[in-house]
Design a protein around this ligand. Sequence first.
Ligand code: ATP
Length: 750
Amino acid sequence: MYLKSIELTGFKSFAKKSELNFTSKVSAIVGPNGSGKSNIAEAFRFVLGEQSIKSLRGKKGEDLIWNGAGDSPRANRASVKVVFDNSSKFLPIDFETVTIERVVHRDSVNEYLINGSQVRLRDVVELLASAHIGASGHHIISQGEADRILNANIKERKSMIEDALGLKLFQYKKQESERKLLKTRENIGQVESLRREIAPHIRFLKKQVEKVEKTVQMKNELTTLAKEYLKREDEYINKTKERIEKGKQPLLEKEKELDKELSSAKSVLEKAKHKDAKSEELITLEKDLHKIRDEKDNLFRDFGRLDGELSSLSKMVKKQEEVAHSIEHKTVTLVSVEEIYKKVEEKIKSARNLRDTKALLQVLDEVEKILTDFIDHNKDKVDMSLLEDSRREIETLRSSKKQIEKSLEEIKERENKLSEQYNTLKNDIEKEKDSNRDAEKAVFRIMAEFQEVISNLHSFSLEEETLKVVAEDYKRELTELGHLLGTHILKLSASAISNSDEPRIAQEERRRKIEKIKIRLEDSSGAGEMEVLKEYTEVSERDSFLEKELIDLEKSAESLTGLIADLDSRLSTEFKTGVEKINAQFKEYFFLMFGGGEARLSVITPPKRKKKDIDLDLEEGDESEVVPEEETEEGINIEVILPKKKIKGLMMLSGGERALTSIALLFAISQVNPPPFIVLDETDAALDEANSKKYADMIENLANKSQLILITHNRETMSRAGILYGVTMGRGGGSKLLSVAFEEAIAVAK
Ligand code: ATP
């Protein structure tokens, strides 16, 4: 036996705490009309979670609470507690005894407790569903509701039978899975739309990252190239400087020596007693030549300096030209952009009032033309202002250079003239073969040697000037590259370079390559490279997280769909086999009750009907409206054929026949899947004596599988009960409970 007791406190007519113990398989509750017997049946419904107050004969929760009468004041709460013996673990909970309690307060707030702990209604419903005592209450038949299953529509019947077959738990599971699936699909939609949202941003960032990577690659290439170039250049400058120094040193010494020799030769001549005209001439000539040489020296120096400046300026101009011609660096003035804006704005204004698509399209074409003209015009335009300055400077330098060249020519002419004079004098003096002319001869020799030394020194100083330009260029390049690639580039590698005697042109070629990469780098360099990389990493990490989440969600949607399909097929097969089993019992009970005839349940799916056919009050002339098809669901149909009568169908049955059919079906259901207890409230009311006997026999049979609580006025029924409770209405207006003997019961029932 599963049901131990029920306790009512403040519930309906039970003002005081009243307890019924069900120590027998069959318990009967008897009492006069209006004493509160049906309230006990309702107390069962209530405690098991019934949500329809109407089915408990009330309008609101408050109606279930003792309302006060006589000197018993109204209660604030109604509570019903039912106690089960769970030693067989028919309820899937690890307790020997399970108490379920429900309390309703005057503000209609409900509380549910399992073994004293507050729980949700759902917990109660799920716990009971596993023991086939579901909320549809197929096992609690209220007064006058014996034929409830006959009156119910096919869908409600199906629900009752599912409940009785213990399928509700699977349905809860299915509903739960469907809810989860819906939520999962919503989440999938959200994640997908999030991914769609960030996709363009990722694409944009990816392009930026590719640019950054290309820049890095270019920088690496440039670093290798620049390191080699700078190293070679440094070596070239040092070596050349060394060579010049080395070459110059003996020449300078020689010059000093010659200077000394010349001075002494000249002083000999000056002091000579027989200083003649020729000696005088020689001294003057030597002075003039010396002067000219000094002038020439200065001019050469200026020439070298100018040449250097010219060559570095030309290089700069070349670079500027390249930049000026590259499209990426093209600049336009704000004024010209404002002009174009005005033109476009005018067109848009004129288009505002146009309603004709053709005219609108024409305006769009015009706007397009304005913009393409602007771009084409600016594409071919080169910003020359900077270049012009440099070019002018080159011109100035060139003309200065020409000036110097001219002065050099003049000096050379003067020098030639002097040289001629000098040579004639030299020949004259040499012809004289006079020993007195030794000093003069020495001057000639010295002068000749001087000439050679000076010209050699000249070529060195030219080289020096050129090298100075090279060194300056080198210094500039070093700073530029340092800026661009980082200062590490300034540390030249100590390792020696291979084929250090390669022609200078190779270095030139290298420099050209470096310039090219530098321009490309300038074109592609954008600020915030690190930020781009960081953002790209962040955004793509987020995207892969979302992608993973999507995969997880899809997997869980898939498994939920599978689970739902499994539950569906399980529900369907168990339902069908359950119905067959019930049918077998139904047939027997029906035959027993009516002494013949036939009855069966069938699972039917009503044909689909257009909704419009059902809603007959729909306004006419609404044909344009989309007419949805009514959802059709399986249901249970009951077919009966009474013995010796031509009656088919439930509609034609008498009250008694309806009661008998219901009882047969009810018992059949209870046989197939016995609930732990069944409450029958005056189900036997409509039975005549002969049928009361059959009913009572069946009760005994049924009691072998389920505990029975019978509310009855029927003597035959009472006679089968092991325990009898009498309910009377006290003087204060509240129900009173008392245990009674059979004879007493018969008296009380009256
Ligand atoms: P019958 O044999 O005629 O079917 P019954 O014994 O089943 O009668 P019930 O219908 O259970 O009687 O009891 C009805 C009684 O309960 C009524 O007298 C009604 O006034 C009383 N009752 C119902 N709700 C409350 C309430 N909230 N407070 C007090 N009394 C109530």
